[in-house]
Unconditional design. Structure first.
Lengths: 103, 488
């Protein structure tokens, strides 16, 4: 957990996240990630064997709790024209994007 | 005078209370339409110096004000917020109005729907003035990460208003709205409230619907109000709280009359003071102010007890792992396909995604997406994300145990008063560490109120954070009200 992040790690993670870092951004990100992860390493001091991970706090209190899921009833959603009006490019039926596969 | 152009300015002005304004509007001595117009005039004067509003929703506001005036003219009963001018943090959507989340990537986006909190405010008669500046995607503690320029603190324009809801806090402090909405993921309502000298509310996780809130970290995000006094903040929470079928995490617990609760004396309440919040790194003047606040609570008949929350020191790393992991997933939706910014002239889909996100996101957002993606990536998931979730349980259970012995816990909201613009922008870790006193309640899901509690010698506001157990907002308001009444 004290693994040092390398330039290759930053580039790999950027690729996973669909981010393209400018060449001058990479060293800054590398420095910041290492500084933050050094701080995070403090968590190693804690023995958490047998502690269940907590993803949602609502489970902690048993008052009325979360309202639960609503009934699955079909109803009108936003109309297509309203939604497509927000898109950078459409053909009025679908969203349009640049070529997906190069031939 | 040119020599004074750079001098710090002070734009502090206290809004009238909800009770005063409602009485005037009901009596017809103040027209809601005139009140709104007056606020727009002040915004036109002051906003160029503070950069609080990103956009104004004048047409909608004036139509609503006229509806309220018509009701008042007929002598009909007025709803709780009839004619009250309110500003909305630009992470909550309003139909047809810009919704930027402080980011270039949402430039041009006009959402086709209203957030539930927005809908509820309007149904209660509020006049919604416009959208308020914030850190990009609510990521920051100073509002310096907004793509639309920083907000300046109305107490001292050379200083930050805190963040990420800096615009929401500054708007109330400068009387550019009577009340505002913000969002709080790790302190983004409480810390700016503290820096600007106003009241800010962190409702219990699930108390207020997040439908229409642009998501940052879904297990932490909350929507809450700012106001100039505790009672008004309590009234606002009463309006926006409650179950919403559109948000599966929203609680079905009944909504209390928080304003009435805030009127209840505090005598006999047990107040916990955690040692861990008064250690190294706490500014001496902030400490002195908070200690005066605690003494005032004791004088009001509270029983003050020391409590221990030993896992506090792990809260910042836990928070930044969980929040960034969730953010990396939530922000994957900004891809240049359905709305917002698309980078021109990309040769293929993959390049379009990368260029749009690279050009659309600012440095702090990229940093957090990278950190979150790293923490979730193969080989690191157990060591970082899972570990953080385990420690999150320890932190949350520690609070539950503490609340078995005390009714509320009081702490400083921030270890320091408002800092200067640019002071921390070069060191992201230092900026994160300043969140030490607020991230714990975020992780535990409990509620809290930040209330003004004195000032430093230089006149900078200090905020006391009053924390209470899940769905115990009424208690937090009572304690905050007692601190407010004591006028530290």
């Amino acid at each position: 957990m004290t693994a040092k992040v390398t330039v290759e790690d930053v580039e790999r993670v950027a690729e996973l996240a669909h981010l393209e870092l400018a060449p001058e951004e990479t060293p800054h990100m590398l420095h910041d990630l290492n500084a933050i992860l050094d701080n995070v390493a403090e968590l190693n001091e804690l023995d958490t064997a047998g502690v269940a991970p907590l993803a949602q706090v609502s489970e902690l209190w048993n008052t009325a709790g979360a309202g639960g899921l609503r009934a699955d009833v079909p109803k009108a959603s936003l109309d297509r024209a309203t939604v497509l009006a927000q898109a950078p490019e459409t053909d009025q039926v679908f969203f349009k994007v640049p070529k997906v596969i190069e031939r | 005078m040119p020599s004074e152009a750079k001098a710090a300015e002070n734009f502090i002005e206290k809004p009238k209370t909800l009770a005063e304004l409602r009485a005037e509007i009901a009596a017809g001595t103040t027209k809601a339409a005139d009140l709104a117009a007056g606020y727009y005039d002040r915004i036109a004067q002051v906003n160029p110096r503070l950069n609080v509003y990103l956009s104004l929703t004048k047409e909608r506001a004036l139509a609503q004000a006229e509806r309220v005036d018509a009701l008042a003219a007929k002598g009909d009963p007025l709803p709780a917020l009839a004619g009250i001018p309110v500003g909305i943090k630009d992470v909550l959507v309003m139909r047809g109005a810009p919704a930027t989340a402080g980011s270039k990537i949402l430039e041009g986006y006009r959402p086709p729907y209203d957030a539930t909190a927005v809908e509820k405010l309007e149904a209660a008669g509020a006049v919604l003035l416009g959208k308020l500046n914030c850190d990009e995607f609510a990521m920051g503690s100073s509002t310096e990460n907004s793509a639309y320029g920083p907000v300046r603190n109305p107490v001292d324009t050379e200083r930050v208003p805190g963040g990420s809801s800096g615009g929401s806090a500054a708007a109330v402090a400068a009387n550019l709205a009577v009340a505002t909405l913000g969002s709080d993921t790790g302190g983004s309502i409480r810390q700016p409230a503290s820096f600007c000298g106003v009241v800010g509310v962190l409702p219990t996780y699930g108390r207020v619907s997040r439908y229409g809130l642009i998501a940052f970290a879904s297990s932490l995000d909350r929507v809450g109000p700012f106001a100039a006094n505790v009672r008004d903040a309590a009234t606002l929470l009463g309006v926006i709280a409650g179950h919403d079928p559109k948000d599966a995490t929203s609680s079905a617990a009944p909504v209390e009359d928080y304003a009435a609760e805030s009127d209840t004396p505090v005598e006999g309440l047990r107040i916990g003071v955690p040692d861990e919040y008064f250690g190294e790194g706490l500014d001496a003047e902030v400490r002195a102010a908070i200690e005066s606040g605690i003494a005032a609570l004791e004088a009001a008949g509270c029983v003050v007890k020391r409590v221990s929350l030993p896992h506090t020191r792990y809260a910042v790393p836990v928070y930044y792992l969980i929040a960034t992991a969730e953010a990396s997933a939530n922000l994957a939706r900004f891809d240049g396909v359905r709305y917002g910014y698309r980078s021109p002239a990309s040769e293929n889909l993959s390049a379009m995604y990368r260029h749009s996100r690279d050009e659309g996101f600012g440095a702090e957002v990229k940093r957090r997406i990278l950190l979150g993606t790293y923490a979730l990536s193969a080989g690191y998931y157990d060591a970082y994300y899972l570990k953080a979730q385990q420690v999150r349980r320890l932190l949350a259970e520690e609070y539950l145990r503490a609340f078995a012995d005390v009714d509320a816990i009081v702490t400083p909201t921030s270890p320091m008063p408002a800092f200067k613009l640019g002071e921390k922008t070069g060191d992201p870790l230092a900026m994160y560490l300043a969140d030490i006193y607020t991230v714990t309640a975020s992780l535990a899901g409990i509620c809290g109120v930040t209330v003004p509690c004195g000032t430093t010698k230089a006149g900078l506001p200090v905020g006391m954070q009053v924390l209470a157990a899940h769905l115990n907002e009424g208690t937090a308001f009572r304690v905050a009200r007692a601190v407010e009444t004591a006028q530290i």
